[in-house]
Design a protein around this ligand. Structure first.
Ligand code: CA
Length: 231
């Protein structure tokens, strides 16, 4: 399989250099843009497999770039943000970004995020479209029957826990914000709902994780949301 074509959007030339050198070293094909308009143009003309997008750009902000690209493409977008852009990060995830990296990040971290995204894409292509059964490690969800299993054991989930695990599984590998999850589950997002979500997540984890201190399936992103990992 050809290595993915990656669009790197970053206005800070030292960060851009670091990222392109890393990608080159690992035999990725890449193109670059140093502002938002350039990013939109490159995304539409080169059709990249993954976009690495800095949120703080000199012309238009990263969230607008995502909104624009999402009008025609589902290409995975990994946002890159400074710590001071925490609320922008959440907005970007809600707008349709798939994952994030916080500056400063290590080269290993960058490569790991790219691999997670690639695995998710392959998985989506091969399994999700054609199958009504989701399998991830020991976890199996039969969407048609409305049942979930851990190994041979059927899980006894409440309706909310079941909705929650389905939502996470349908977005495996992707970070879902509290806001997104509560909207999908309760159709609204109040502070109360986020508190309830934490409670449901704790009970769900007790049922699916061997060790809820060190979860294998559902990762917590403090202050942001949750992600189901591809085991
Ligand atoms: Ca920047």
């Amino acid at each position: 399989m050809n290595k993915s074509l990656i669009l790197v959007v970053e206005d800070d030339s030292s960060v851009l250099n670091l990222m392109s050198t890393t990608l080159k070293l690992h035999k990725y094909r890449y193109i670059t843009a140093n502002n938002g308009e350039g990013a939109i143009l490159a995304a539409s003309s080169h059709n990249p497999d993954i976009i690495l997008l800095d949120l703080g750009l000199p012309d238009i902000d990263g969230v607008q770039v995502i909104q624009k690209i999402r009008t025609w493409s589902n290409v995975p977008i990994i946002i890159i943000s400074a710590r001071s852009e925490e609320s922008d990060k959440i907005e970007a995830l809600d707008t349709g970004a798939d994952d994030y990296l916080t500056k400063p990040f290590s080269v290993e971290e960058l490569l790991a995020r790219i691999r997670v995204t690639e695995r998710r894409m392959t998985y989506m292509k091969n399994d999700i479209d054609t199958s009504s059964v989701f399998v991830n490690g020991e976890l199996r969800i039969d969407y048609v029957a409305g049942c979930a299993y851990m190994g041979e054991q059927e899980l006894h989930l409440t309706p909310i826990e079941y909705k929650l695990i389905c939502l996470l599984s349908q977005n495996v590998g992707k970070v879902l914000t509290y806001n997104y999850i509560t909207q999908k589950i309760w159709g609204r997002s109040w502070d109360n709902d986020i508190a309830s979500l934490r409670v449901f997540m704790a009970t769900l984890r007790k049922k699916i994780e061997d060790n809820s201190e060190c979860p294998q399936y559902i990762q917590t992103h403090i202050g942001i949301g949750y992600r189901m990992l591809k085991v």
